[in-house]
Design a protein around this ligand. Structure first.
Ligand code: SAM
Length: 304
């Protein structure tokens, strides 16, 4: 039932990818990455230098990139749309593991006032941003908890109908802690509960990492570029993900990654047959993205 998919793309996807390659990445760099991925030697994981993200300047750079005009806007847009398709009915409960500044939950809690959201993170700096954002918007259906996601001792069995986590699990220092975290996800899920996990995946060679990071170097905040490189090196490989996912017995899911290079990995439950259409407010949000960011959104959507 649970399976792995290496995503290939359709004609429209290719048109977007070709355009992005020509304008952003450069065809030569793409060929270099694909070649490095086929021929390179796997490299050992390098855990993140910091367990939690507490440095105020990094948190600030991150917050700015997450804005609707920032470099992370396409990936947040994709998460918001895909998560909204997996949401439980009114009265349901959603837990976001390592929620950071709460960008996703604040938007979702505003759109779905009858669902209860809980964001968990270990960094007080991140959580204070999240608290500020939710109180500015007067949200009453979201709360923030400071806890370690690999233990979650303050959470009862079956307390969540949907567990999400984005760009965060590579922060766990060891594969054992990823397994512990997924065991906790399994424990928290209610009967029929769903998951949405999205993170970096470890590429096959360090050369590919250098090429991908180099592509960002000129255009992004230096702290984000440094964080991106550290994330790609700390990411778990597809094989490590597969072994850790054995801990998840309760949820149905599909693991997918881009064809050619697994630099992102998505593990998500199937969308229920009678899922509500994507909220109009989210579609408007997508249409408001600058053209370049919208094309990045489509590229990401085609690939994962
Ligand atoms: C790159 S941020 C991602 C934040 C958010 N999920 C997003 O998509 O914007 C990673 C977050 O993981 C948190 N984190 C790392 N290890 C953690 C742990 N063991 N328990 C709870 N939070 C953790 C960090 O403090 C940081 O806020």
């Amino acid at each position: 039932m649970n399976r792995i998919v290496r995503r290939s793309i359709n004609m429209r996807g290719w048109a977007i990818v070709v355009r992005n390659i020509i304008q952003d990445v450069g065809p030569i760099r793409v060929l270099q990455i694909l070649l490095a991925e086929r021929t390179g030697q796997p490299f050992p994981r390098v855990p993140e230098p910091e367990l939690v993200m507490a440095d105020a300047k990094t948190v600030e750079a991150y917050t700015t990139a997450a804005l609707e005009t920032g470099a992370l806007a396409p990936v947040y847009q994709l998460h918001l749309e895909r998560i909204s398709a997996l949401l439980p009915p009114p009265g349901g409960r959603v837990v976001d593991l390592a929620c950071g500044t709460g960008e996703l939950l604040v938007t979702l809690a505003g759109l779905y006032p009858e669902i209860q959201f809980v964001g968990v993170d270990l960094s007080e700096t991140m959580l204070s941003k999240a608290r500020e954002a939710s109180s500015t918007r007067g949200l009453r259906n979201v709360r923030w908890v400071r806890e370690d996601i690999s233990t979650l001792s303050g959470f009862e069995d079956g307390c969540a109908d949907l567990v999400i986590s984005t760009e965060a699990l590579h922060h766990l220092p060891t594969l054992g802690l990823l397994q512990d975290t997924l065991r906790q996800v399994d424990r928290l899920l209610s009967e029929g509960g769903r998951i949405y996990l999205f993170d970096f995946g470890r590429m096959r060679s360090l050369r590919s990492v250098g090429l991908l990071v180099g592509q960002q170097a000129g255009s992004q905040h230096p702290l984000l570029v440094r964080d991106y490189e550290a994330s790609l090196k700390a990411a778990f490989s597809v094989e490590e993900w597969q072994s850790a996912l054995a801990a998840l017995r309760r949820a149905r899911y599909r693991l997918s990654m881009p064809l050619g290079t697994p630099f992102v990995i998505s593990v998500r439950s199937p969308v229920p047959e009678r899922a509500a259409p994507v909220a109009e407010a989210l579609l408007r949000r997508r249409r408001k993205l600058a053209l370049k960011l919208r094309l990045d959104y489509w590229q990401l959507r085609m690939f994962t």
